[in-house]
Design a protein around this ligand. Structure first.
Ligand SMILES: [Fe+2]
Ligand SMILES: [Fe+2]
Length: 263
């Protein structure tokens, strides 16, 4: 987007005060001599690009409004209540921004987008359907939308420069809201991450304790079995050994007796 040329050429170094009349968009300029010049809402050719950019922002705001609105309806998961509160508040803010933009477009002599069908064509930041209704996914999607909006509004501010203080001031305030929205969502995402880490830590702790208990029990059983086994083994071996020895001895005696009988 090329830079909008200055259309408020009436503003000069001699201007002491700038006041805004209640008339939409009319700007009252007073010079050192007290002379007043009213700048009307007359459409200027140079406004065409600015109006186009404001309509792009208008499309983004409507899509963001719905993305927040429907996200608040379907979201599930940890911190749901906290996130829903943010989503509803942001949704209302985006609708308010859309109203501000539409009003300014009209003040500049333009026409706000008349059909929702135009929103996708004009949108810079697009729309992310909350197909994954988890709190983490919805917070992340909307955070990305906010970061895109902040970038888009920063670009509009750069284009406006000092050419249109009224629009500049309005966009600056809208961008401040978007920065706050992004911050709100980042806080929720940080909380979710920390809950995740705590959950994993607790799981590992339980597993560790169970593992140690299991090993301890296993060693105890093995120890008991080992002692019992050794005791039984000694007993059996001893009896078997003695029995076998006696048997052999008995066989030996019998063999000797046999030999004596043979003699
Ligand atoms: Fe917004
Ligand atoms: Fe926002």
């Amino acid at each position: 987007m090329k830079k909008i040329s200055v259309y408020t050429a009436l503003i000069g170094v001699s201007v002491l005060a700038i006041a805004f009349s209640p008339v939409l968009g009319a700007q009252e300029l007073r010079d050192v001599n007290g002379a007043v010049t009213i700048q009307t809402n007359e459409v200027k050719a140079d406004n065409a690009e600015l109006i186009e950019m404001l309509n792009e922002a208008l499309a983004d705001e409507w899509l963001a409004h719905y993305q927040y609105w429907v996200g608040a309806k379907v979201v599930v998961g940890p911190l749901k209540n906290e996130l829903v509160e943010q989503l509803i508040e942001h949704s209302e803010d985006e609708l308010r921004h859309a109203g501000m933009l539409a009003d300014r477009i009209i003040e500049l002599g333009g026409t706000p987008l008349l059909s929702p069908a135009d929103w996708f064509e004009y949108s810079d930041c697009g729309y992310e359907s909350p197909v994954d209704p988890s709190t983490e996914s919805i917070a992340q999607q909307n955070l990305e939308g906010e970061l895109c909006a902040i970038e888009a509004y920063t670009e509009i501010l750069e284009v406006i420069g000092d050419s249109d203080p009224v629009t500049y001031d309005m966009i600056y305030k809208i961008r401040a809201d978007e920065i706050e929205h992004a911050h709100d969502l980042q806080v929720i995402l940080d909380d979710l991450e920390s809950m995740d880490e705590q959950g994993q830590g607790a799981g590992q702790g339980q597993q560790g304790q169970q593992g140690q208990q299991g090993q301890g029990a296993g060693q105890g059983q093995q120890g008991q079995q080992g002692q019992q086994g050794q005791g039984a083994g000694q007993g059996q071996q001893g009896q078997q050994g003695q029995g076998a020895g006696q048997g052999q001895q008995g066989q030996g005696n019998m063999n000797q007796q046999d030999m004596e009988d043979k003699d």
